[in-house]
Design a protein around this ligand. Structure first.
Ligand code: MLT
Length: 391
């Protein structure tokens, strides 16, 4: 056999695994030090009560002959898809049920969707960005070109008509910078994609953090998006499902005359057996009025954390963005430190773990990401440590 040599072109370990390894090593040699983890975007608040109730009652269903479920539809049960369909109506977006595909999360689908595209497509990726886009395409051997996201364009690059790309990744609110495209900016991307017969893979995993009604929460709020965009969303950050696993992907039938929708259905029915019934019932509960109220309380809690982090950075004149419509705060490392230097500096001196900006791309060098997903207690402690140390 021959191995896939493209794996030689990716770094040995995934960004967040590298960080976890470094932090574990530090913890082993400094057992007396309390480490505060504001690195990987993992939630800390427990699941909402309605979600837990739904998990329990669905578990009971599974123990009763009449309500027991075996294999479900690979693309998700209608009871959940209907709820997602109604959720999109809140943004003025109408979807057919067969355009919605329930999955175990956005990360898997963002990688799996590449099955649908020829290896010879050129991929356009903003730099910095969520490393999964680059790693998955590198594994497949696709040509990747980058578009600069910098302070000059507020980390929101716009299409360059002189560049020809076939597959475009956009993430808004952005991971890692927290920057959010407005409707006019997204329209520029949609027009570019339609004119170039390109597809936009739109990662909206953080849409629930948007509070400004003028900012788009789905790319389908933009005219023309259904003929050029696939959208990926997840309940991980929205409802604390990082360990529970559920997300959804929208593949409109207007895209490529329905061919991509059919291909994705074919791919999923062949390679995926659907999300567990119990989990889909829990996800359904998220979209009930009670569920929406409860998750909003959690989102507000994280936003308050973001505010606390932002305040201490402002106090110490550290340039930063994000945090407002996003759980991420993107800051410039003080004293011209590199991202990894600042990572070590914080870990060694104040035992705070963040994510080095350079892990998200070349333009991330010199920047650093902190998340607001910590507990309030830990966030306050981190803020106090930073305040004392940065003085
Ligand atoms: C992150 O920290 O960037 C995210 O947790 C990664 C992810 O959602 O997979």
């Amino acid at each position: 056999m021959n191995i896939n040599k493209n794996y030689q072109n990716i770094s040995d370990s995934y960004l967040f695994s590298t960080i976890a390894k470094k932090v574990n090593e530090f913890a082993l040699s400094n057992p007396d030090k309390k480490i505060i983890r504001l690195g990987i975007g993992d939630v800390t608040l427990p699941l909402c009560k309605v979600v837990v109730d739904a998990l329990k009652s669905a578990s009971d269903d599974m123990g009763v002959k009449d309500s027991f479920r075996g294999y479900g539809p690979e693309q998700g049960y209608d009871f959940l898809k209907t709820k997602i369909q109604n959720y999109y109506c809140n943004f003025g977006v109408n979807l057919d049920l067969d355009e919605i595909f329930v999955s175990d999360g956005a990360k898997s689908d963002l990688g799996n969707i590449l099955d649908l595209f020829d290896v010879n497509n050129t991929v356009l990726v903003p730099d910095p960005v969520y490393p999964v886009y680059v790693d998955t395409n590198t594994m497949a051997g696709r040509k990747i070109i980058f578009i600069d996201a910098t302070e000059q364009n507020n980390f929101l690059p716009l299409p360059d008509k002189s560049v020809k790309a076939d597959i475009i990744y956009l993430c808004s609110p952005n991971n890692p910078t927290g920057a959010v495209y407005n409707k006019a900016q997204l329209k520029a991307w949609v027009d570019y994609a339609n004119e170039n017969n390109a597809v936009i893979l739109f990662d909206s995993a953080y849409e629930c953090f948007i509070t400004d009604d003028e900012l788009p929460r789905s790319i389908y709020e933009i005219e023309g998006a259904k003929t050029c965009a696939v959208e990926f969303c997840s309940l991980s950050k929205m409802a604390g499902f990082t360990g529970t696993r559920c997300g959804y992907t929208v593949v409109p039938k207007a895209l490529e005359n329905g061919i991509l929708n059919k291909m994705w259905l074919r791919r999923q029915t062949t390679k995926f057996n659907g999300v567990a019934y119990i989990i889909q019932r829990a996800a359904e509960a998220v979209f009930t009025p009670e569920g929406q109220k409860e998750i909003q309380q959690n989102l507000n809690y994280y936003k308050e954390n973001a505010k606390l982090i932002s305040q201490v950075l402002t106090k110490h004149n550290i340039w930063h963005i994000g945090g407002k419509h996003s759980p991420y705060i993107w800051l410039k490392c003080p004293n011209n430190m590199t991202s990894w230097e600042f990572f070590d500096y914080l870990l060694n001196n104040v035992q705070i773990v963040g994510t080095p900006g350079s892990g998200f791309g070349t333009n991330g060098e010199g920047y650093f990401r902190l998340t607001s997903f910590g507990s309030r207690e830990n966030t306050l402690e981190a803020v106090q440590r930073l305040d004392a140390f940065l003085n």
